[in-house]
Ligand binder design. Structure first.
Ligand code: UD1
Length: 359
């Protein structure tokens, strides 16, 4: 029997890539199903190409919509592919609507679910991803926790599935592409000076769909004296247009979304990162670049405890203060990057090994 891996968004493709490589290496029959939640070339296909992944066996073409639409429509379309007893297990990476829909559809068809990146918690139920990951964890048979903290979270919640501490597949893929990223010419293309710019990403619904929060973040970032490069998510670009927010601060340069290799290069050579992404907080940590997180809570508490990730929310003054603090204490903060709590780069190997023993 085959195993399916279901993804639909940019970060899920990143999390899945090392599992697909490992499955190919071990002869595990793994089929990739794309929900179509992300459909723009720069949010989806570019990653499949960069990672050299096989084309998905199907793209469900769901696209954008409300949470209910997206989740419900993915379930209806996915069910048609999962029925018939073809799959022994469905792998679900991450915490998006595609992940939730994939997990619910599988479990309701009686197909066991394995959750990749299980146990991440930020304890903020107003975030769609927190709701999704809790529900997925509680219907999973196998739970692959990226860190010890995630494993403990699952134990506290008494989930019914088996918990494995595997490490983080995002770290596997980071290590694999780190050297290649050094060869990227993105700094030259964007005319950026090594170590002298900040990198901004912003896309969380709770930040960008709220004009007050969005304005406050952009005001804070705009009032720092750092040159900022801002690869913009289409959702954020739409909201900035809709809310008629002008990026009048001359230090912020908006560019198109970038691929994985270019992003690693931008991360490594930035003075600091400002982000509301979960994945980027970890990638900044591995790149040894200080991070300002534009959220009130994070699931990656390890990076905050290490003193290299500063949780500031969306208040403009707090953003400015954090950037100043990093600039004033740069060497001290760079010296704080400690042992990596996200595994040893072999997470996918462990996951595929467990999957092969399970099926
Ligand atoms: C989704 C995930 C989020 C993840 C993010 C990575 C959920 C609830 N959220 O958020 O966890 O961090 O992906 O990017 O699943 N759009 C395009 N082109 C696309 C896709 C989206 O223009 O290819 C625009 C549309 O206006 C759409 C909006 O972005 O309405 C939001 O897309 P959506 O898939 O709902 O969520 P993301 O914000 O991408």
């Amino acid at each position: 029997m085959s195993v399916a891996i279901v993804f639909g968004t940019r970060p899920q493709i990143v999390k899945s890539a090392p599992i697909v490589y490992e499955a190919l290496r071990c002869g595990l029959d793994l089929e990739v199903i794309h929900t179509g939640q992300h459909y723009d070339y720069l949010l989806s296909q570019v990653f499949i190409k960069e990672f050299g992944l096989p084309e998905p066996v199907v793209n469900l073409g769901v696209g954008s919509g409300s949470h209910a639409y997206q989740t419900g429509e993915i379930m209806l379309r996915l069910e048609k592919y999962l029925v018939g007893g073809r799959y022994a297990l469905v792998l679900i990476p991450g915490d998006t609507n595609s992940a939730l829909a994939g997990a619910l559809t599988s479990v309701k068809l009686g197909i066991p679910v394995a959750h990749v990146e299980a146990g991440a918690r930020c304890y903020d139920m107003s975030m769609a991803e927190e709701v999704n990951r809790r529900l997925i964890d509680h219907c999973s048979r196998l739970l692959f926790a990226p860190t010890l903290n995630c494993k403990r979270n699952l134990e506290k919640e008494s989930v019914v599935g088996e918990i494995y501490l595997t490490g983080d597949t995002m770290y596997d893929v980071f290590l694999r592409f780190r050297d290649k990223a050094e060869k990227s010419d993105i700094l030259e293309r964007l005319n950026l000076v090594n170590g002298e710019y900040g990198l901004l990403t912003l896309h969380r619904a709770e930040n960008v769909d709220d004009p007050v929060r969005l304005k406050s973040i952009l005001e804070g970032v705009g009032r720092t004296n750092v040159e900022i490069v801002f690869p913009i998510h289409p959702r954020t670009a739409n909201r900035i247009r809709e809310f008629n927010i002008s990026l009048e601060h001359g230090n912020v340069r908006v560019v198109d979304p970038v691929g994985y290799v270019d992003m690693l290069k931008l991360l490594k050579h930035a003075k600091l990162v400002l982000t509301d992404s979960g994945g980027l907080q970890k990638e900044a940590f591995w790149s040894k670049t200080p991070c300002v997180t534009l959220r009130d809570r994070t699931e990656w508490v390890e990076t905050v405890e290490a003193g290299v990730n500063f949780l500031v929310g969306t208040d403009a003054n707090r953003i400015i203060q954090a950037v100043r603090f990093i600039e004033d204490n740069y060497d001290l903060i760079r010296g704080r990057f400690c042992e990596n709590p996200f595994g040893d780069g072999c997470a996918a190997r462990r996951i595929v090994d467990i999957v092969m023993r399970f099926i």
